[in-house]
Design a protein around this ligand. Structure first.
Ligand code: IPE
Ligand code: IPE
Ligand code: MG
Length: 245
């Protein structure tokens, strides 16, 4: 008999989750901030700012459920194409998030890391990320991975180049996997995209080969714990076959 995880008082809609089938790694494409703001006639930045509450909820809920890794797509390698003011605001929000949330992350034993071409981020963001990663390195709770200036194609190219630089003359799947940005993380079991778009947008192209996909129309700033539980409940109904029978 699987153990059932029951609703907490604040989430009456929580579906019963099978505690033995909690995904080890959840990845989220946090999309829809701009549309959320637009529907309220607010500047896009307000949507990004409101999305921080959703990040906090997702991190707490994943920690409570015993999820091992949560990877959040926060800024894609293609997002530099947005207006400079929006990019600047996003980089500012990122730094604000790290500084403001670090005490709670520590309290909850969260280990923070980042993946992507981090060297192209503003110096202040790089420094705060590196400091937070070092400060939380020994934490044994949830591993929170922020994908920043991240692209799946770029990750594969970077992995190949690093393997070549290390002297590998030929690349196979095993070798390439060792050169990914977070080679120690298991592949995501569940990938959630908010705002209804049915595409990967260059996220975890290698890692998501057999990941279960879940798309919700909910916009990221509206995403709360019950939405996460709903996604996990749906995941628990899936039959994963990995190409077999
Ligand atoms: C996701 O929301 C956040 C980032 C890409 C940084 P968007 O800003 O893409 O919001 P929409 O898709 O325009 O609504
Ligand atoms: C994907 O969302 C990137 C992040 C959520 C950080 P986008 O809004 O950039 O993706 P597209 O442009 O709709 O594919
Ligand atoms: Mg978008």
């Amino acid at each position: 008999m699987p153990t059932l995880l029951h609703a907490r008082a604040e989430t009456p809609m929580l579906p019963l989750l099978d505690k033995s089938k909690i995904p080890a790694h959840i990845a989220i494409i946090m999309d829809g901030n701009g549309r959320w703001a637009k529907s309220r006639r607010l500047p896009r930045l307000f949507g990004h700012r409101a999305g921080i509450t959703s990040v906090r909820e997702a991190v707490r809920a994943c920690g409570d459920l015993g999820v091992k890794v949560l990877t959040l797509y926060a800024f894609s390698a293609e997002n530099w194409a947005r207006p400079g003011a929006e990019v600047h605001a996003l980089m500012g929000l990122l730094q604000e998030y790290i500084v403001r949330e670090l005490p709670e992350l520590q309290k909850n034993h969260v280990r923070l890391r980042a993946i992507g071409r981090l060297e192209a981020l503003p110096g202040g963001a790089q420094k705060k990320l590196a400091d937070a990663a070092a400060a939380t390195e020994r934490n044994k709770g949830l591993m929170l991975v922020l994908a920043l200036n991240y692209g799946g194609r770029q990750e594969i190219v970077d992995a190949c180049n690093r393997a070549l630089a290390d002297g590998h003359a030929k690349i196979d799947e095993k070798i390439l996997a060792r050169y990914l940005y977070a080679p120690d993380c298991p592949a995501p079991d569940l990938l959630i995209r908010t705002s209804g778009e049915m595409r990967l947008s260059n996220f975890l192209l290698w890692e998501a080969a057999y990941t279960e996909l879940y798309v919700t129309k909910t916009l990221w700033p509206d995403f709360r714990k019950p939405h996460l539980y709903e996604a996990i409940a749906e995941y628990q109904k899936r039959e994963r076959r990995f190409g077999g029978l």
